[in-house]
Design a protein around this ligand. Structure first.
Ligand SMILES: O=P(O)(O)O[C@@H]1C[C@H](O)[C@@H](CO)O1
Ligand SMILES: Nc1nc2[nH]cnc2c(=O)[nH]1
Length: 291
């Protein structure tokens, strides 16, 4: 038999088993899923009728190994909207295959989720961005994908279109909400670039990514969004700019994960306001149902 080194390692039966396990233990029927980025688990703090599962208790689920990723799957309501929040995501640099990293997205699809909101912490490359800005992701660069690290290798229908991965209508709704909340001066749109990590960028790498058109850089999101788009979910991506990436050899500041978590926690409340307003409105908006 030929070796399929890069092939998908999660079977449909596995996905089905996990979905059935969860659905037999919760009465929630979420239509919206939220993936919380580094330090952003607080986004799930104010939902009502909470039901929490620890990742290690869910069959086939990976476990979180990164500080700032709690490892809880939280079901609950934002107003009357049933949602599921991932307090903690999985990363390639943790040693998980991209199939495993994106496994929860497939579970959400099987559970009946229609919209996924993917959040992250990232470093700002765009010189206009400030620490604490919220970037609505309008597009991405899948750098690991260029090198064959791709979550769709060996899985499902090929050649999906990715030029519209981030729903235009959902981005517009988020911009409108930001403006109503008085947040326009720190909510931007931009292009997110994924690198595998776990190291932060060298200055030469950061310069290259900037020249290539990236407004921010991080170590996640793209695999989840790619799988979500592939299986027909609507996607909104929100990236919190937790640090400025150095493009200049004379800059002395050095980024570290503690600083990333600190900024995430500081800005989580604002991000939560945008998110909860979005969720409350999302299914009232005709545009969303058609996007
Ligand atoms: O899960 P996200 O993408 O929010 O985490 C970012 C990227 C690295 O995992 C970590 C670096 O501080 O934060
Ligand atoms: N690759 C990368 N990921 C991040 N996550 C948060 N900040 C950064 C950053 O500067 N670079």
């Amino acid at each position: 038999m030929h070796s399929k080194g890069n092939a998908c390692c999660c079977s449909f039966d596995e996905c089905k088993l996990t979905t059935e396990w969860l659905m037999s233990r919760t009465r929630h029927k979420p239509k919206i899923a939220v993936v919380c980025g580094s330090g952003l688990g607080l986004l799930a703090d104010n939902i009502s009728n909470k039901q929490v599962f620890r990742y290690e208790d869910i069959p086939n689920f990976p476990v979180s190994t990164v500080p700032g990723h709690e490892g809880h799957l939280v079901f609950g309501h934002v107003r009357d909207k049933s949602c599921v929040f991932m307090q903690g995501r999985f990363h390639l640099y943790e040693g998980y295959s991209l199939c495993r990293v994106t496994f929860p997205v497939r579970i959400f699809k099987l559970m009946g989720v229609e919209t996924i909101i993917v959040t992250n912490a990232s470093g700002g490359l765009c010189q206009d961005f400030k620490v604490g800005d919220i970037m609505i992701i309008k597009d991405h660069i899948n750098l690991p994908g260029f090198a064959g690290q791709h979550p769709l290798c060996g899985f499902g229908i090929r050649f999906p279109c990715m030029s519209d991965a981030y729903s235009k209508d959902l981005r517009k709704l988020t911009l409108d909400i930001s403006s109503e909340l008085g947040y326009s001066n720190f909510v931007r749109e931009g292009v997110y670039c994924m690198v595998s990590g776990p190291n932060f960028e060298t200055i030469a790498e950061a310069r290259m990514l900037h020249i290539l058109g990236s407004d921010s850089v991080g170590m996640s999101t793209v695999p989840e969004v790619t799988v979500a788009k592939h299986c027909g979910l609507r996607v909104l991506g929100l990236s919190l700019i937790t640090n400025k990436v150095s493009l200049d050899y004379s800059r002395e500041e050095k980024v570290n994960h503690e600083e990333v978590l600190h900024i995430s926690k500081m800005r989580a409340e604002m991000l939560q306001k945008v998110l909860y307003t979005f969720i409350t409105r999302s299914h009232q908006e005709e545009a969303i149902n058609s996007s």
